[in-house]
Design a protein around this ligand. Structure first.
Ligand SMILES: Nc1ncnc2c1ncn2[C@@H]1O[C@H](COP(=O)(O)OP(=O)(O)OP(=O)(O)O)[C@@H](O)[C@H]1O
Ligand SMILES: [Mg+2]
Length: 267
């Protein structure tokens, strides 16, 4: 492990008091017209852990992320960050309190370089926090950490999707989150890149972050997650360790070990 990989990306956020998770999704429901996308979902993500959120296509995973980050309003329920009800805060206020995410459908500054994407986030953070670290230095450290140093000067729209996802990850990390939400981060990565991503997410959690990951690569999820929540038709049908979830008959019926193509990418 290099010196850079030891930088503490989430270090300035003290862990919440014992027993208080970094993230609590409490009884959240979301309705879009006639579609009940999420029903009474309860999810926790803990400091120092990688938490998985898995489920078939259309189960409500991205909608749940949108509610957590304030892009969608739930029909009922609330979101707590380190014990505080943040349900009424807008997305940017949640970001300043230590929430960062990546998107299933990439949201990058395509005409900027890889380095400029990460630097922009580091500059924003300097503007809203008391962190006086040099944004250029922060960006360079993070590019090394996510494995993008060799393409730092490439424009992002010229990169393959998998690498562009890593740019989003680097940009999210530049805000030094306490809670990191990743929506299908391994989509578009090859197996070597996926392994490196898995190691990085485990390291980030160990450094003092709560990582919540939506991912269709079940092998990856089973390898890196401390706990997993399974969504099916908007309902949490199982919560537990990878082994517990894998052996849960409800999960097997709904998702794992069936003909449902869990490794398939979303449209
Ligand atoms: N803005 C919207 N308006 C109406 N329906 C929506 C909207 N967003 C999502 N839905 C519906 O809500 C349900 C959950 O969608 P969501 O995108 O959250 O699923 P997902 O678990 O992320 O699926 P995938 O694995 O394909 O990404 C689906 O039936 C979807 O069609
Ligand atoms: Mg989705």
């Amino acid at each position: 492990m290099s010196v850079l990989r030891r930088t503490r990306a989430g270090a300035e956020h003290a862990p919440p008091p014992p027993g208080v998770p970094v993230l609590e999704v409490v009884d959240v429901s979301v309705r879009f017209g006639g579609v009940q996308a999420v029903s009474d979902a309860n999810i926790r993500a803990e400091h120092g852990e990688v938490t998985g959120l898995i489920g078939p296509n259309g189960a409500g995973k991205t909608t749940t992320f949108n509610v957590i980050t304030g892009l969608e309003q739930p029909s009922s329920g609330l979101i707590r960050l380190a014990g505080e009800d943040i349900s009424r805060l807008g997305p940017y206020q949640r970001a300043r309190r230590g929430m960062a995410r990546t998107f299933q459908r990439l949201e990058v500054f395509g005409s900027l370089t890889v380095r400029e994407n990460v630097l922009a986030a580091a500059e924003f953070r300097k503007g809203w926090s008391s962190d006086r670290r040099d944004p250029q230095k922060v960006a360079d450290e993070l590019l090394a950490r996510v494995g993008l140093r060799s393409v730092a000067d490439e424009r992002v729209h010229a990169l393959p999707t998998g690498l562009a996802r890593l740019v989003e990850l680097g940009r999210a990390l530049a805000t030094r989150p306490r809670l990191l939400l990743l929506d299908e981060p391994a989509s578009g990565l090859d197996s070597t890149e996926t392994d490196a991503l898995g190691d990085l997410l485990v390291d980030l959690a160990a450094d003092g972050m709560a990582v919540l990951v939506v991912e269709h690569d079940v092998d990856l999820v089973m390898k890196i997650c401390n706990r997993i929540h399974v969504l099916d038709f908007g309902r949490i049908i199982s919560v537990g360790t990878p082994r517990e979830v894998q052996n849960d008959p409800h999960v097997q019926a709904a998702y794992l070990g069936t003909e449902d193509p869990v490794g398939e990418e979303s449209p």
